[in-house]
Design a protein around this ligand. Structure first.
Ligand SMILES: [Zn+2]
Length: 120
């Protein structure tokens, strides 16, 4: 399950950050993930619960926020965030300005990072 390794690396980062600041108890971790990362938030939360159980990180709140996919039209340069009928972000969509359907550059949506952690 690829979410488990993601959670592990997020926890490693958080632990490093806490150690650097002399903090021992993780309260909250806010993670932003792009709409193109193919992350299942449920799986991420389950992985978080599983990996923190019985550790000093247990009980911390994992907050997830999806960041939009941003495409830049290869023809007119417009940046837009396409969503399909089910509300998911996609990379194949016509440009709302000129109708071009191919050659869009991905300008956002692949990122995954910790926005902040709260610890004490
Ligand atoms: Zn266009």
């Amino acid at each position: 399950m690829h979410e488990l390794s993601i959670v592990q690396s997020l926890l490693d980062l958080a632990a490093k950050e806490m150690a650097a600041n002399g903090l021992a108890k993780l309260l909250r971790i806010k993670v932003k993930y792009g709409g193109l990362t193919a992350i299942a938030p449920d799986a991420l939360e389950m992985g978080f619960t599983a990996l923190t159980a019985g550790t000093p990180l247990a009980g911390a709140v994992l907050e997830l926020e999806e960041t939009p996919v941003i495409l830049r039209c290869g023809k007119c340069g417009l940046e837009f965030s396409p969503k399909d009928a089910s509300g998911r972000y996609g990379v194949f969509a016509p440009c709302p300005a000129c109708g071009e359907e191919i050659g869009h550059a991905v300008a956002g949506g692949k990122e995954l990072f910790i926005e902040y952690i709260e610890a004490e």
